[in-house]
Design a binder for this molecule. Sequence first.
Ligand SMILES: Cc1ncc(COP(=O)(O)O)c(C=O)c1O
Length: 381
Amino acid sequence: MIPITRPVLGLDEKRLVAEVIDSGWLTQGPRVAEFEKRFAEVCGCRFAVACSNCTTALHMALVALDIGPGDEVIVPSMSFIATANAVVHAGATPIFAEVDPRTYNLDPDAAAAMISPRTRAIMPVHQIGMPADMDRFRALADRYGLAIVEDAACAIGSKRRGKQIGTDGVMACWSFHPRKVICTGEGGMVTTDHEELASRLRLLRQHGMSVPDTARHGSQKLVIENYLEVGWNYRMTDLQAAVGLAQLAKLPELVAQRRRLAAVYSARLQEHPWLIPPFVPEDVEPNFQSYALQVRPGCPLTRNQILERLLAAGIACKPGIMTAHREPAYRERGVQIHLPITEQAADSSLLIPLYPGLTDAEQEYIVQTLFAIFAPIGVPT
Ligand SMILES: Cc1ncc(COP(=O)(O)O)c(C=O)c1O
């Protein structure tokens, strides 16, 4: 089976993890601080606050803005469910808006139409690494006095006008799950240029504790901490940060390989009668965290039949990005909306394997299979 993804982990990760084990300091400590510093440099922002995953990053980001019960946050339904869940975890209400069917990103006009007196923030998602149209979200934020929290879970290495995305909102949240471009097993980060938000995030991720563990345990003097507000244990470990540091050093190479593979797919599949390669707006360079194909209307096979035939040929594949508003979790919370563009985009898209290390021969086999599954079924003589 050709997997849909495979993290690139090797000797560098092993060496740095071994150093952490030898050091005896396993939880959030010096390696986390180093990973945060390097990550902020890569993003071109002032502060990075590591945490346990991107869901907790999004949750903390909203709480740091004092968003809670009675507030609304506009999100795309077409996203991994964690985007909407983070709003619920903060006690606020996610308001689902349509996406642009070409980029799968939140549509700024659709988001604008959902703004109400209760709206506090918009959470655009750079979906599967495709940069969202942040100029238009910024304009909306300025006009209506809203915060922009970027869900950049999949988007490290994605650029707009030559610059790493993630600095257009007040905060951006990142994931290091193995399905992402760099991974730490589980892991997340919030980046921001605002010092007071970074300080609040550092409190929230560690039970609201006034003194970090490193300062408490490293001190020769008695240090007694206070708990300034009710926070969580959303810490990253130094073991994870060690993996992250090794991964971050490889980021340019990992992204270059993904872009090269994506370019091969798009060139070869341009001629496909039923499958449409991803649309890439002019001013962006996505990291191709995933490679999504759209099934043309009138296609003789359903999207799920295509997936079944790929699986039968030994090629791992997945339906496109999910929709949150159709899941029982939200239906049961009273969400009874119909989002035709979102539903059509989600139901007619699929993800095929793309990861550094996918060989040319494997990619060729995938491309040929994508054509072959549409060949007419032979009639027995
Ligand atoms: C758009 C988006 N947001 C949030 C998340 C949640 O990330 P994590 O698994 O690190 O909590 C994901 C994970 O797939 C995602 O794709």
